[in-house]
Design a protein around this ligand. Sequence first.
Ligand SMILES: C[S@@+](CC[C@H](N)C(=O)[O-])C[C@H]1O[C@@H](n2cnc3c(N)ncnc32)[C@H](O)[C@@H]1O
Length: 222
Amino acid sequence: MPAPDFSPLARGYQALEWLAFGGDLERARFCLLERLAGRRSILILGEGDGRCVARLLPLVPGARIDCVDVSPGMVARTSSRLAPLPGREAVNLICADALTREFPPATYDAVVTLFFLDCFEPAPAAALVGRIKAATVPGACWLFADFRVPERGLPRLRARLWLAGLYAFFRWQTGLRPRALPPSEALIEQAGFRREESRTFQWGLLVSSLYAARGAPPSLQL
Ligand SMILES: C[S@@+](CC[C@H](N)C(=O)[O-])C[C@H]1O[C@@H](n2cnc3c(N)ncnc32)[C@H](O)[C@@H]1O
């Protein structure tokens, strides 16, 4: 399946999300980011326009950060956002499809996926989550933010309407194929991570969670 290309949206992406959700996407992305302080080897998937890695850099001095995105326009935005920042040499910008890119085994002590797993159908998402897990070391954490459909009531109806509109928009603009969310949180848990902390925004439409690998010695857990 061809990967989507978010390049046409790269420049206006931040303005678009502010029009749609005000600052709540930004709050969902970054409310738990500081929990990554001190991590040494970080994999960011679907980075987008570089806002996450730019905020993360000062929290993790000396860490190596591999930053993967399939859209050349997004990688270019990230590159120019990083250019003036101290420590940018620690970031390895990789323009590649996460579904086919090989990840080094047992390497990362933190993974970041922000509004990224929603780009996949359930089966590719499951395979990808399994491959990401294989690239982590014991004690790794996973910062996840994404859309979510609340269990019931008006928030559920509202979320379904928003998601139908968003998927239609991204299909038109980027060629994104899926039409619904994969069960990302269940997949992360099945891969051996336990949710440590979680916050929701926009009546439950947005969720931000920090996961820790299960079974790590307590000294390695969050
Ligand atoms: C909805 S945007 C989210 C960007 C950013 N993480 C954020 O929070 O705004 C999804 C990003 O994932 C990237 N992406 C989508 N499918 C991908 C794939 N198969 N491999 C790598 N990156 C992908 C897109 O290029 C885009 O930058």
